[in-house]
Write a protein that binds this ligand. Structure first.
Ligand code: NDP
Length: 285
């Protein structure tokens, strides 16, 4: 179908970032190394890990996959993380989520040393982000979302940003990032009263709630920048976001498609974080 509003092409922007990383990495004697810890047999997680391995390989980065059975003990994982922390050839460590219920995700994430926490999920990096510190490793999805918003060249200072979702990995770091950009930020969640009225005031909407086409066309004001983080399997079996993309056809808005918007940026930002960790660890400016 035709969609004459302005599409923010995450796939293209991510491709440019990956090409730039590939070029920079090709100048290095040693390859950056990302270690990915995964547990169990969650199908979606397996696909995400495979995508990360493929994307890393394409830019000349090594991805070491460490896969454990559903019954692995937390103590064993903590020992693995400790060994990876000490291993100087490993630059970044991520723990693929969700983890089985018997494992304490927060405890494992906290065990990753902050300079190798390339997911930016640990308490030190989340705190540094809150403080607007340049040292913070910023979680890949919110970091990618900010890049997409900036690609529109819309001035951010003073804009009202409404974020739908308050998870530790998307909504909350997103709020800090946009606050650090001088936006006025509202964070909505499942208990928010009158979400449509809030979205109608928004210059920027970041939808990250995992609810198929929750944001309707008539909730959105003209000129808004709409970033759709959600990944849902629609009732027609196709992937769709949290925003009713079709309903915004022909409107004066910026919008990211699903797929092809935030998803590719998340992977590119993870690679960028790993590259940055590598440079920091090797004192490369
Ligand atoms: P979570 O399930 O952890 O959080 C969802 C948030 O949305 C919660 O804060 C919840 O509120 C809120 N919420 C749920 N329903 C509503 C509603 N009807 N109105 C307002 N708020 C609501 O999800 P994640 O943050 O991990 O992910 C969000 C979505 O983004 C998912 O679809 C996920 O698949 C996708 N995702 C996509 C990525 C990408 O790279 N494209 C990366 C990461 C996530 P409450 O806190 O009150 O429960």
């Amino acid at each position: 179908m035709t969609h004459s509003c302005s599409i923010i092409d995450g796939k293209k922007i991510a491709q440019e970032i990956r090409a730039s990383l590939k070029k920079q990495i090709s100048d290095m004697a040693a390859r950056p190394v990302l270690a990915v810890i995964s547990v169990g047999d969650d199908e979606a997680s397996r696909i995400y890990v495979r995508n990360k391995e493929k994307a890393a390989a394409e830019i000349g980065m090594e991805c070491r996959s460490l896969h454990f059975s559903n019954t692995v003990a937390e103590k064993e994982l903590l020992e693995v993380i400790e060994a990876l922390n000490k291993n100087e050839s490993v630059n970044g460590i991520i723990i693929q989520q969700p983890l089985p219920c018997h494992l304490k995700t927060a405890c494992l994430v906290e065990a990753v040393m902050p300079c190798k926490d390339v997911d930016g999920f640990g308490p030190v990096n989340l705190g540094l982000l809150q403080m607007n510190s340049p040292e913070a490793v910023i979680a890949a999805t919110p970091k990618g979302v900010l890049r997409l918003i900036k690609s529109t060249q819309v001035e951010l200072a003073g804009k009202h940003a409404v974020i739908i979702g308050r998870s530790n990995i998307v909504g909350k770091p997103m709020a800090s990032l946009l606050l650090n950009q001088d936006c006025t930020v509202t964070v909505a969640h499942s208990k928010t009263i009158d979400l449509p009225a809030l979205v109608r005031q928004a210059d920027i909407v970041v939808a990250a709630c995992g609810c198929e086409k929750l944001v309707k066309g008539d909730w959105v004001k003209d000129g808004a920048v709409l970033i759709d983080v959600g990944i849902n399997r629609g009732s027609d079996g196709r992937l769709c976001g949290d925003i009713d993309f079709e309903a915004l056809a022909g409107r004066d808005v910026w919008i990211t498609p699903v797929p092809g918007g935030v998803g590719p940026m998340t992977v590119a930002m993870l690679l960028e974080n790993t590259w940055r960790a590598y440079k920091n660890q090797k004192n490369i400016l």
